[in-house]
Structure formats: structure tokens, C-alpha cells
Design a protein around this ligand. Sequence first.
Ligand code: UD1
Length: 419
Amino acid sequence: MAHYAVRESPPLRGEIPISTSKNAVLPIMCGALLTGEDVRIERVPELTDVKTLCALLASCGCSVKKEGDALVLNAGALQNPQDEEDVRKMRASVLVLGPLLSRLGEARIPLPGGCAIGQRPIDQHLKGFRMLGANVEQMGGRIKAKADVLTGTDVVFDCVSVGATINVMLAAAKAHGTTIIYNAAKEPHVVDLANFLNSMGARVKGAGTDVIRIFGRDYLHGANYTVIPDQIETGTLMIAAAATHGDVELTGCIPTHMEALSAKLLEMGARVTESDDTLRVRGTLCGYRGVNIKTQVYPGFPTDLQQPMSTLLTTAMGQSIVRETIFESRLKHLTEIGHMGAHVQFVDNATAIIEGVPELYGAPVTATDLRAGAALVIAGLMARGVTEIYEPEYIDRGYEHLEDKLCSLGAEIRREKFE
Ligand code: UD1
């Protein structure tokens, strides 16, 4: 067992490189199952979710080799997962369903686990498979999908789902004929997956809009691919820079992915400037203005940045209203930050009214999910004294060396082990 001890931070200063995207690399690793040839993914981030997915792919008969920070995957001997424990550990493991169904004609996995931020149904994934001609059963906590042949068709999603869009893209890449996904997710990692599939010889058009066309191909070949920078890591570090009144330059990022956040930070009074692949955030000591946040699908304000951002709002002047519209249970970190002196009134599970306080003070708090963990680290940087964060393992799932990166900018964070 371990916890983080985070001390009130001086203004963070310096330059920090952004890692490649967790939410892009996981579906791309699953996409490697669509070919029996080698797929090499460069600069894969060191994350527990990546390790868990490597173990799951290995149990699907995929060879997984690490070469420096690259991963070489070969799914020449693909099979359904033999060890199902890893599926239960991680929500993204559901993304093996599409490739298994496409390559083997049958996919069998238990229902996936993941962060406790809401119910997270997968009905839209299964609806997509059914539309492509699969027979899908969900019984006793297991999913079984079978199809002698997948046939391209129109798939109209009832809600915008990143995972369902990705899973159907994966299943349709080798289907017979053309699949058109309506109401598709537009997130940057959906576009990155499309680019990756196209680098394997697939024909995917329209990713980044809400209509994606996938012209099925019989054969996909191996590829060598570098994943996009992590939008959420970029945003989390931007917020950390502002929260400590610092001056931080983020390098190797994509500023256009950050527009919703940059606009809110500017509205609060921080300075954000950008070049082609860098973003500089300069905080202010004059106090931030409270702003309202409503999470939305891309290009709206990302739900994954709501938790770090609402943390910053706890010391902004005046009132801020935070509305979480994507996941029904993603404000638990604010209860924890309440123990650190924040004034938060919950209208319901998804809406909070924050009255800014002059300062937070350190207290023991517990991370309840990945982004909540990062939010508590930011709260710790802002708070007087020392904040102990329990269950920091959540953070390792999706942030590559977060504490090292923050410490290189001047933060003081220690990982303390206890029995
Ligand atoms: C992905 C991201 C996650 C991010 C989320 C929203 C990955 C690995 N994870 O998660 O970090 O927070 O997008 O940007 O990329 N829904 C249904 N039925 C479905 C699928 C989803 O009702 O079949 C609902 C969900 O309950 C949720 C909403 O749709 O309310 C969005 O979920 P979705 O976009 O699917 O999120 P994930 O792909 O799980």
C-alpha cells in the first residue's frame, strides 16, 4: 500500500514534455489484433492500463514485445482470452470485442471493470455489433458475440459514445461492404484510431465528424505508428500550472485539442499562449474568477478534465457551477476536497455549486478514480501544509510519472509506502 504526500507547492515553473495518449493507445493496441502481422507502436506511455491491456492481449495469443519505449504486437495466433482477470480490471478491455469478432467470428469476454464514475453500460457497442450481423448475448456477467460474416450497414447510435464508436470502427474495418456510423464520437483519439487503421490499409473516412464511413477491407497489414499526445495529461498539467500561479510550457502537445479548457482558463484570468505544438500557461496571483463548467462531448469541455478543473475552482473568487453531463457520478472528489476546506453544495449527483474560499488546507483524502486522483494532487499543490492522498494507484493507471513530472517543475510530492 502507498499514499502520496503532497506539500503546498511554489509556483510550478519550467518546460515539460507531454506523453502519448492513454485513450488513444489502448484502442490502437486492440486494433493491432486485426492483423496477423507485426504492429509497432512507438513511445508507448508507462501506465498500468497499458500493462493490463498487454497482459490481456497476451492471453488472447498476441505476442507482446517491448523494445525500449516501443511495443511490438503480433496477433498471428489470435484466440479468445484464456485468462479473464485482466478484462475485469479495465473498462477499455471491452475494445477487444470488435477485433475478436472480426478475426475469429466469435468473441467471449466477461463484462469489463473500470473506474467507478457511473453505470457505464455497453448497450451501444452491442447494438453496433448486432447491426453488423452478429448474434450477441449478454448473460450472467458475460458477453458472447458470434458472426460468420460481418456486413457493413448504417449504425445510428442513440447517444454519443467514444467506446462504442471505436468498437464498431474496429469491427467494421474488415467487414464486407460499407459501414456508416451516425452520431459518432469526435474525440481526438477516435481520429487517431482512424489514422492508425488507415496506416494498416483500412479505409476510414470522416473521423472527427459525427458521420464516419468505413469501407471494409479483406486484408489489413502490419504498421508502425506513433500515437497522438495525451489531451488529458496536457489539460491536467495546464490546470496544475494555473493552480500554483506558475509559468509552465507544455511541449509536444496539440493546442487545438485544448481549446475548451484554454478558453475557461482565460475566462478565469490565467494567460494561455500557444504555438504549433506547445502551450504556455501563466497563472496570476491576483485571484481567479469563478466560471461555470458543463461537460460535453468533444469539442466541448471534456469530462476527464472536469475533476481537475473543478478543483481549481474551489479557490476562485465568487460562485462556480459545475455540471457533469457525461457520467452520473463524477463529483466525488469534491466531497474529498470539502475535507480540505472547500465550500461545495451538491444540487444532485451531477451538479455542484462551488463558493470559492481563499485557501485549502492539507488533509487525508482518498482517490476514487483516475481523474479524481489527479484532481486531489492538484488540490494538494494548492493547499497549505501536507495532503495525504490514499489509493494513488488510480493515478498510475492513466498518468505517466505524474509525480516526477510535477516535481521536475518544482512540486514536492512523495510516494510513501506503508504496510
Ligand atoms: C471514454 C474514455 C474516458 C472518457 C469518456 C468520455 C477511453 C479509454 N476512455 O470512455 O476517459 O471519460 O470516453 O469522453 O477512451 N454510454 C451508454 N451506452 C454505451 C456506451 C456509453 O449509455 O454503450 C454512455 C455512458 O454511460 C456515458 C456516455 O455514454 O454516460 C459516454 O461514454 P463513452 O463515451 O462510451 O465513454 P468510454 O468510451 O467508456
